[in-house]
Write a protein that binds this ligand. Structure first.
Ligand code: PLP
Length: 474
């Protein structure tokens, strides 16, 4: 390839793309040849080619072949206010025309970044008065790692550098994000660094046999205390966890879990980080999941729902305990990204949050559509394939099982390599609904704008695809 002279065919196809004319086969060919996708086995994809998404409106997507798809996953857990919001694109357009970029280094700011910081403080729990912006959730967790270590250095405890996380957690794909996360497949591929430890996750279905959910919550939180004592309390900087684990399979902890985690953190003076990249901005029917779990974290990671994914933005809400030390005693914090506080991203976030407030979407999930989704989704347990189903706000998951039982722990599961979850996901995809499979747990995180009628439509499609999966297995 000669970069000075692109081929006439390529120039023509770029021009066509900018004019919303798509030749699916051509895009698929270029894609297979040149685009290395995240978390994708390209060889396994083979001849099938990728699906090309071209348009979104509300809770629906359209692909390049004209298929309408109900997006049960809000893109990647992020499109909280739904697709096609012209007030966000207008805000972005205006900001780009006024000031497309300026950084926040060297004693400068821009209006949307500062306004957004003030607004986030207003909607977050009272211990938060400061915000650090990043471009993504992964960068925000890298920021957390550096911030908590800096905090303990400044406090005179330079040995307090270990961060405890959980197996199967997802905290991003940068090196610190992957290491903080608990995905073995990521650790094996250059994604582990020293000073990070993991404990078991509060997965009642997998680990809670013989106990009530509340008893199990206390037991699972106790693993943190065991780990702190093993590492040495004087070496532990922080514990990090998602209020409800998302990518790990929508693992909804028992009500007793988080308060007990917080009690243990307090007992050993360990900082508490809530990774709210998924749970923030109304996903659980509260602005932040920590509020639902009744805990007061020292740091909150956010991204995704802050802009509903319209443009990339992430960050850390920095609680007073950490902010006071960093600001009063820290001098320069030698950390930041070109796009920290990007004016266009912050303008999108301001408009996105205005929508969440004006349309009362958080309250709607708490009081109306969330409880409705719970009723309808958990009723799927009457299907012969569904052994267990649970919801929390607008996240939900169900477990496909070989044989159901009265007590969830007595269900007979499929062998992991049977691929039943992927089979079911295939039926969903082919029938115009996006649902994700984590092993044999099928999960959703729909846009918060989803109405009761649309919940009915989604449940109808899910039932249809469960039935198709069942027939396929017979
Ligand atoms: N933390 C959690 C809980 C996430 O779910 C994700 C992404 O899915 C991240 C961090 C990483 O965010 P990003 O992909 O924006 O880097």
């Amino acid at each position: 390839a000669n970069p000075m002279v692109p081929s006439a065919a390529l120039v023509a196809s770029v021009k066509a793309a900018t004019h919303d004319v798509y030749d699916t086969a051509e895009i698929q060919r270029q894609d297979a040849a040149h685009y290395m996708h995240p978390f994708t086995d390209h060889k396994a994809l083979g001849e099938r080619g990728v699906r090309v998404m071209v348009r979104g409106d509300g809770i629906y997507l359209w692909d390049s072949e004209g298929n309408k798809i109900l997006d049960g996953m809000s893109g990647l857990w992020c499109v909280n206010v739904g697709y096609g919001r012209t007030s966000i694109s207008d805000a972005v357009y205006r900001q780009m025309q006024t000031l497309s970029f300026y950084n926040s280094f060297f004693n400068t700011t821009n209006v949307p970044a500062t306004r957004l910081a003030a607004l986030l403080v207003e909607i977050s729990p009272p211990q938060f008065n400061h915000v650090f912006f990043t471009g993504s959730g992964s960068e925000a967790n890298d920021t957390n790692l550096r911030m908590v270590r800096r905090y303990w250095d400044l406090k005179g405890f330079p040995n307090r550098h270990t961060i405890i996380s959980r197996y199967n957690a997802y905290h991003g794909s940068t090196v610190a994000g992957a290491a903080l996360g608990g995905m073995a497949g990521m650790h094996e591929q250059g994604g582990m660094i020293p000073g990070i430890e993991h404990i078991g996750q509060p997965n009642y279905l997998e680990n809670g046999s013989g106990m009530s959910a509340d008893e199990f919550g206390i037991v699972a939180a106790g693993w943190l205390e065991t780990k702190i004592l093993e590492v040495g309390a004087d070496k532990v900087a922080a514990f990090i966890g998602e209020p409800v684990q998302g990518a790990g399979g929508v693992i909804i902890p028992p009500a007793t879990y988080w308060p007990e985690i917080e009690r243990i953190c307090d007992k050993y003076d360990v900082l508490l980080i809530a990774d709210e990249v998924i749970c923030g901005f109304g996903r659980l029917g509260t602005w932040f999941g920590s509020e639902l779990m009744q805990i007061k974290p020292d740091l909150i990671t956010f991204a995704k729902g802050v802009t509903s994914g319209y443009v990339p933005l992430g960050g850390v809400l920095v609680g007073d305990r950490v902010a006071d030390v960093l600001i009063e005693e820290g001098g320069d914090f030698n950390h930041g990204f070109t796009y920290s506080g990007h004016p266009v991203a912050c303008a999108a976030a301001l408009e996105n949050i205005r929508i969440l407030i004006d349309e009362r979407l958080v309250q709607q999930v708490a009081q109306d559509t969330g409880p409705y989704l719970k009723e309808k989704f958990e009723a799927l347990m009457d299907h012969p394939l569904v052994g267990y189903a649970d919801t929390c706000g607008f996240v939900a998951g169900l477990n496909l099982v070989r044989k159901k039982a009265e007590a969830v722990h007595d269900c007979e599961f499929f062998e992991p390599d049977h691929g039943v979850g992927m089979l079911c996901r295939g039926y969903m995809f082919a029938n115009g609904i996006i649902m994700r499979a984590v092993g044999d747990r099928m999960i959703i995180a729909p846009p918060l704008v989803m109405t009761r009628a649309q919940i009915d439509e989604m449940i109808f499609k899910i039932r249809y695809c469960l039935e198709a999966t069942l027939i396929d297995l017979q």
